[in-house]
Design a protein around this ligand. Sequence first.
Ligand SMILES: [Fe+2]
Ligand SMILES: [Fe+2]
Length: 275
Amino acid sequence: MSREDFKASLEALQQDLWAVKQDDDAYLLKTIIEGYEQAFEGKTVSIPEPEKVLTEAVEAPVEANTNQSFIDALNGDLSREYQAAIQYIQHASVMEGAEFISIMEELMAHADEEIAHAKKISDRIDYLGGVPVATMEQAKISPDAIEMLEQDKASEEEAITRYKERIEQAESMKDYGSKNMLMDILEEEEEHRNDLIIALGKKSTPVNEEEEPDLMKGGLADDKKVDDFNPAQIEMGKKVESEHTEDEDIATEITKDHLTEDPKYYDKLKEIEDK
Ligand SMILES: [Fe+2]
Ligand SMILES: [Fe+2]
């Protein structure tokens, strides 16, 4: 039964009930209600308050519909998380060139995080009473490294938009468990997007200045200075990273991030390249 049909039936029900109530015919009233209970798939219709019947019957399916549309939307998110994971693995595997070594590692790390997102969303769908999908959106591939990174960035931007919508939905349903989970995921998607922007050597163009005023927000070395690191490593890093970006500040920031992870990062990178 469509929502419009359902509403029309309820209006008819209300009229019937009022008419019968005025006649004070309890038997007829009971018969009508039983008929409607069957038509409304077992939903209980109480006797003999037409106003209350209408309120209860209208509210119940609205709640169910909202929950179902939320589950459907989460399933859409889930299929995109699977896509993102597979896409990252494929891109990281086929990408070639010394200048992409650090981003290849990042992409593999992203793949793991996308799978972690998928696990959380799948679990949540089950918890909400839905069935998680086991299918994925079509992954995008390309023979060109830059195009791959653009494809990944576009996927992250789509994910950010979707999760912002989902957070609003969860909030409106007072489903704070889902909301918190989605906010954690959103934060990671924003980091992924920033990683890709940096890899592409572009200035960040925050969707919203207030939300992302700091280009390098979330970077490991946010509170570290260049002097905190080995100067030789910093020099090597700036040289390597400036192959991805013309912006010296960005190259330095990426260098600091890598050296925070591993103080000998660029020695190790050189060893790999010299092999
Ligand atoms: Fe994700
Ligand atoms: Fe992501």
